[in-house]
Design a protein around this ligand. Structure first.
Ligand SMILES: Nc1ncnc2c1ncn2[C@@H]1O[C@H](COP(=O)(O)OP(=O)(O)OP(=O)(O)O)[C@@H](O)[C@H]1O
Length: 399
């Protein structure tokens, strides 16, 4: 175990929302003598999390699952209802970028104010102000009033200023959602640089690809509860394929209940070669069928089968019968479904395979075999790398 950067222990957060339903004079008068009633709303329920120094942690979950609230509590913007948060190091929150901006002042003046709020010394601000303007791509606007910038430009400015800080721990909430593609890529590179230089990052995003590329481990929240925390690829796959939360739950009795509920079970997976034989070794460019054997314990209408290929920690490819427009129809009893690859697009290496089956609308996960199967691809060429690209060279001489 490395050193701890952030520790969250038994964290609960409850908001109190006042009821303001005094429509009549009478209700108003009565209400005057009575305290307002409140509805309580628990948005974080017993969250535990330990992040090591230098780790990049993704936090994912549906809208309203509590991601931003968790970051705000870690940043000490909100107070927990109970539980503890301990932070070891200098923390910079990229949460509500641009708070403190003054619309009537110029871009330059706003950078000075905002950088001061972010804790930068005056000398550092003087040295870096041109870098900030350049990074934000706002050279032409540096003397314009802030109110004349578009909202996207304002966020770019806030982001460009905030990255001048020198954090040990960075909290990032949906920053990549703003700005155009080019700016998003610039931001992403900044986060990669931070990560590579050992900064601890907690990264909230709905951009699952960005989470995959950036984060070592990921926390999945659902309705304020910690569903799972672990290897980013597996957590994202569980989230995408909506693994039944009870199946992820730690207690064995719950697991048992989940397994008896399986309408369809995946009973085996075989890789079938060009001779129709099960095999684990293939040559790049060969045809391959992934045969998923199932057993349906009753009638199931149009279940969706999914498949994912991994190479090491790289998520190479994922698809489902539904993505490909294949309706599986009514299924009862045993059978198999083939994913047919006419020509293997991998050049070499060992590829692990995850298979899953879910209900037609993905709302129920029936079965899930995470990276349980694998095959090898051998390289018949002198080409290098992991992918097989059927490219050819062509040359034209002008003289
Ligand atoms: N100050 C507040 N008062 C009352 N309820 C709040 C407050 N802040 C957040 N909530 C509620 O807490 C829940 C969790 O909100 P939060 O913003 O943490 O979710 P999130 O996972 O970040 O969502 P999103 O993906 O939409 O950003 C939501 O239902 C939200 O309405």
């Amino acid at each position: 175990m490395g050193e701890t950067a952030v520790k969250v222990e038994h964290l609960w957060k409850t908001f109190r929302i006042p009821h303001e339903r005094r429509n009549t004079l009478f209700e108003n008068i009565i209400g005057f003598f009575r305290p307002n009633s409140y509805e309580t709303f628990t948005v974080l329920k017993d969250i535990n999390l330990e992040v090591e120094r230098g780790e990049c942690i993704g936090i994912i979950g549906d809208n309203g699952s509590g991601k931003s609230t968790l970051l705000k509590i870690i940043a000490k913007i909100l107070r927990p209802t109970s539980g503890f948060v301990k932070v070891f190091g200098k923390l910079t929150p990229f949460l509500e970028l641009g708070v403190g901006f003054q619309p009537e002042l110029s871009v330059r003046e706003n950078i000075r104010i905002y950088a001061t709020i972010m804790g930068l010394p005056k000398k550092v601000i003087d040295d870096r102000i041109d870098d900030v303007i350049r990074f934000a791509g706002l050279e032409r606007f540096e003397d314009a009033k802030l109110k004349n910038l578009s909202s996207g430009m304002q966020v770019r400015l806030a982001f460009s200023t905030a990255i001048q800080t020198d954090p040990d721990i960075l909290l990032v909430d949906e920053v990549l959602a703003v700005g155009d593609m080019e700016f998003q890529q610039k931001c992403f590179r900044v986060f990669e640089d931070y990560r590579d230089s050992g900064v601890t990052i907690l990264f909230v995003s709905h951009d699952l690809n960005a989470v995959r590329m950036l984060c070592d481990r990921t926390l999945l929240l659902s309705n304020g509860e910690r569903v799972d925390f672990g290897d980013t690829n597996s957590i994202i796959d569980k989230y995408i394929y909506k693994t039944d939360v009870s199946e992820v739950a730690e207690t064995s009795s719950e697991k048992e209940r989940a397994s008896t509920r399986k309408e369809i079970e995946i009973v085996d997976v075989k890789f079938v070669d060009k001779y129709g034989c099960p095999n684990e070794n293939f040559v790049a460019g060969d045809p391959l069928r992934v045969r998923i054997f199932f057993d349906a314990h009753g009638t199931v209408r149009s279940p969706v089968f999914g498949i994912i290929f991994y190479h090491g920690d790289t998520y190479c490819y994922g698809t489902t019968t539904e993505f490909k427009g294949s309706d599986t129809g009514i299924i009862n009893g045993k059978g198999y479904v083939d994913f047919i690859i006419p020509s293997l697009p991998f050049l070499q290496g060992r590829f692990e395979v995850t298979v899953a089956v879910a209900s037609h609308d993905y709302s129920t996960q029936y079965d899930w075999h995470d990276r349980r199967y694998a095959f090898n691809v051998h390289n018949p060429t002198r080409d290098l790398g992991m992918m097989l690209i059927e490219g050819t060279w062509s040359l034209r001489r002008d003289a």
